[in-house]
Design a protein around this ligand. Structure first.
Ligand code: PHE
Length: 351
């Protein structure tokens, strides 16, 4: 809209009136603007480089000195009001009509499945075994991975120079401190702290000087069991093992005991389960035998009771130590123990 040249104003009052009218027109136009584009046009028309307010302000320097402040003030107030109204309307329009998003988002498309973590097969096997033995009345206890030579060997009836030490050769930290080579030292620790009757299981890591191959690893896991009371017999051992193995590997699982030797049990046995791969018929995994060796067991040797101050005439007990890694392998169909420690998600993700 063409404006009268500011220089043409004759009085301060006329100029202030003109500013007020321009402001009123601007505010109306702002309210009428229906889109952000309309609003931008209004802004340019009134506040732009060549806008109406620019023209109005341009006239101020030519006013008589005593009139300048009042007109200048009015002009600034008007300009501020227009700016504020522009911003407010801009927010209003923005809130009402969000800018169209370029990418379209289809909420009906199924999402990307996140990768969940899960328990390692050894942990899973350990938890399940603990659960089974807990139901049979066994309490869970833990012992340290770093052990005294006495608990790992001497108190278990394996004196220095006894050839059985070779079977349990391990990593020594000091002369009399080593990484335990089985969970059996937890038997000693528990019996030294408590009086019978006792029924405990002790899961954990054990260490041996073994070179890794399909069935050996220098770090592996065992769960130890110990029951001590009056009149505990080999039948209790056999029934406990049979029940636990059926619960873990399935109701068709058979167990058998073969005579064996451990310094800390007498008599001692190796316990086999029927092969979980072929059900006992004989296959490549069990070497055609139909059985797999899973644990060592026996009746607690009187010398072990003596070492912890129990009366061997009064108490009897059974003990066994089961390889958790091996149990996990048979349960989940893993044929090489090293696969359990590779952390390969292609394997772990299947279980
Ligand atoms: N500690 C024995 C081993 O590691 C297993 C075992 C435990 C045997 C308890 C008998 C009794 O081979």
């Amino acid at each position: 809209m063409p404006l009268p040249c500011a220089a043409g104003f004759t009085s301060r009052a006329a100029m202030i009136e003109e500013i007020k009218q321009a402001k009123a027109r601007a505010l109306r136009a702002i309210q009428q603007a229906a889109t952000a584009d309309d609003l931008e046009k209004v802004r340019i028309q009134y506040l732009g480089r060549k806008g109406i307010f620019k023209d109005l302000l341009a006239g101020i320097p030519q006013l008589p000195a005593d009139q300048k402040p009042a007109v200048g003030k009015e002009a600034n107030l008007a300009r501020k009001a227009v700016e504020e109204n522009l911003n407010a309307r801009k927010n209003q329009l923005g809130a009402a009509k969000p800018k169209a998003v370029k990418e379209t988002f289809d909420i009906t498309i199924p999402g990307t499945r996140p990768q969940y973590g899960r328990l390692h097969p050894i942990t899973r096997a350990a938890y399940e075994l603990i659960d089974i033995f807990a139901r049979l009345g066994f309490e869970v206890v833990y012992g340290p991975e770093m052990e005294l030579e006495r608990n790992n060997f001497d108190a278990l009836n394996i004196p220095q120079e006894h050839p059985a030490r070779d079977d349990f050769d391990t990593f020594f930290i000091q002369d009399d401190i080593l990484l335990r080579s089985h969970t059996s030292p937890v038997q000693i620790r528990t019996m030294q702290q408590r009086k019978p009757p006792l029924r405990i299981v002790a899961p954990g890591k054990v260490f041996r000087r073994d070179t890794p191959d399909a069935s050996h690893y220098p770090v592996f896991h065992q769960i130890e069991a110990l029951a001590v009371d009056e009149n505990i017999t080999l039948a209790d051992l056999k029934a406990t093992l049979d029940t636990a193995m059926k619960a873990f590997f399935g109701p068709d699982t058979q167990t058998r005991m073969r005579p064996s030797f451990f310094p800390f049990t007498e008599p001692s046995a190796e316990v086999d389960i029927s092969c979980t791969f072929c059900g006992g018929k004989g296959c490549k995994t069990c070497g055609g035998k139909g059985w797999t060796e899973l644990l060592g067991a026996g009746m607690v040797d009187p010398n072990v009771f003596k070492a912890v101050g129990y009366d061997p005439e009064k108490y009897t007990g059974f003990a066994f130590g089961l390889g958790i890694d091996r149990a996990a392998m048979y349960r989940f169909g893993i044929t090489d123990i090293r696969l359990l420690f590779d952390n390969d998600l292609r394997l772990l993700g299947q279980l």
